[in-house]
Design a protein around this ligand. Structure first.
Ligand code: UD1
Length: 448
């Protein structure tokens, strides 16, 4: 073994996604709002990989494009002749890399960074090659890790295993690490002389042991190594993610009134003592401060909620919604790309989009910022201490000065100066006795 601080990762993503029955490649399906490929990339980076190569197939380019967007180097494996052949496809990209190489699968999104840290630790202290194993609770066809006296001697694929080997329940997750040099030297000796006619990556353990090198296994939890091949697996993965996240949130001091009905994204950030009601969905990019209350049935995405704020019930915060301290977005309120200042309140039935509202303003029920003319988006600016009467339509671009008062039912098309009253509606005209005269005339006509 050789102690090395440099680390690289190869992410296998060339398998065909037939069982997923999807027009999108398997590894681009999302768990907690993040693609599986991105999860694994995040893991590789957190584990300190300075070079990451994704092995993709020569088919549809969606995986390749996504991998490039994630900043990964690309190796193409075409055709797919097994996991060993897949790692070999990245030989050119990893040529001359002096350090450890860890093999990860793009369809296995949950491996913990702590487990990978244990793998590298075992590499540094104990073994030339370290494999992550697990103990499946259901019938399976995983490769078996054969351990003798604490040393991993080989991995036997289920199809090649004898009865004694099949009885072993310590299985190969697929994740393994060794020095980059050792992996490629061993891979050069792997043949496809086996039941599946494939080049098995797993054979490198036996090859390295045959050369007098050491090998060991690290045990991971079954959920951690869940591979996602189908929509059933994807649903299972989402369930695992959500239940882990709920547990994490509760442990961090967040109040979840009905944890099982609260849905999180991979990056949801909620401080202790925020109070989250039942049936709340957090899309990506949400930050909630302690002391904020999210009432039931809200949907939030790309939004920031400050302390003391109250959201919902039945509110929707879309990307760019920034709710200041002690602000409010009440029932049936939608806020998009808008800054709502400290203490400002939008209590009922409103759409506030492309807007900036100062502090202590009151936005009446049914207020709409008319931000879109069919071609462009325009901004509504509302100052401090503004009173917007109910059912106001603010036709952007428009600026309402601080302290202004908008009369109910206005269609506001012109800027309103500070402290002014704006009345943007037709004057009411009352015609005395008209209704009675009308009814009488109609009754007479009907009785003829
Ligand atoms: C492999 C292991 C097996 C282990 C199991 C865990 C081998 C020979 N066997 O099984 O010991 O228990 O994973 O799930 O390694 N891939 C490619 N190119 C290929 C083949 C596969 O990129 O030519 C990728 C797949 O996209 C997938 C991963 O490698 O991400 C594993 O492939 P899969 O076919 O699911 O695993 P097995 O070979 O059956």
């Amino acid at each position: 073994m050789s102690k090395s601080n440099k680390r690289a990762a190869v992410i296998l993503a060339a398998g065909k996604s037939t069982r997923m029955k999807s027009s999108r490649s398997k590894v681009l399906h999302e768990v907690g709002g993040l693609s599986m490929l991105a999860w694994v990339t995040k893991l590789a980076k957190s584990a300190g990989a300075e070079k990451i190569v994704a092995v993709v197939n020569g088919g549809p380019s969606d995986v390749r494009t996504a991998a490039e967007d994630l900043g990964l180097e690309i190796a193409v494996q075409d055709p797919q002749l097994g996991t060993g052949h897949a790692v070999l496809a990245a030989k050119e990209q990893l040529e001359g890399f002096e350090g450890d190489l860890v093999v990860l699968y793009a369809d296995t999104p949950f491996m913990r960074v702590e487990t990978l840290a244990d793998v590298f630790d075992a590499r540094d202290k104990r073994s030339d090659i370290v494999v992550v194993g697990f103990e499946p609770s259901v019938e399976h066809a995983y490769g078996r890790l054969i351990v003798e006296n604490g040393e991993l001697t080989k991995i036997v694929e289920a199809k090649e295993a004898n009865a004694e080997e099949l009885a072993v329940n310590l299985c190969n997750s697929g994740v393994m690490a060794a020095s980059c040099k050792d992996i490629f030297a061993a891979l050069d000796q792997v043949t496809n002389d086996n039941a599946k006619g494939e080049y098995y990556l797993t054979d490198i353990v036996g090859i390295m042991r045959g050369e007098g090198k050491s090998a060991s296994a690290i045990l991971a939890g079954e959920d951690e190594v869940l591979g996602v091949d189908s929509k059933v697996d994807l649903a299972k993965a989402e369930k695992i993610f959500q239940s882990n996240k709920r547990r994490e949130m509760l442990a961090d001091g967040v109040i979840l009134r009905d944890p099982d009905s609260t849905y999180f994204s991979h990056d949801t950030q909620i401080e202790a003592d925020a109070d989250i009601g039942a049936n709340v969905v957090f899309g990506p990019g949400v930050t909630i401060a302690g002391g904020a209350v999210i009432h039931p049935f809200c949907h939030l995405e790309g939004a920031r909620v400050s302390s003391g704020s109250q959201i919902g019930p039945f509110a929707r915060l879309r990307p760019g919604a920034q709710m200041g301290e002690n602000s409010k977005a009440g029932n049936f309120v939608e806020v998009k790309k808008a800054i709502v200042g400290k203490g400002s309140k939008i209590n009922h039935l409103s759409y506030i989009g492309d807007a900036e509202i100062g502090e202590g303003s009151n936005i009446g029920a049914g207020t709409i910022t008319c931000n879109y003319d069919g071609f462009h988006k325009s901004k509504t600016t509302i100052g401090d201490g503004v009173f917007v009467g109910t059912h106001s339509s603010l036709v952007a671009p428009v600026t309402i000065g601080s302290g202004a008062y908008l009369a109910t039912g206005g269609v506001i098309t012109k800027d309103v100066p500070n402290d002014a009253l704006a009345v943007g509606r037709a004057r009411q005209e009352n015609k005395e006795g008209w209704a009675k005269r009308f009814r009488d005339a109609m009754k007479k006509r009907k009785s003829k």
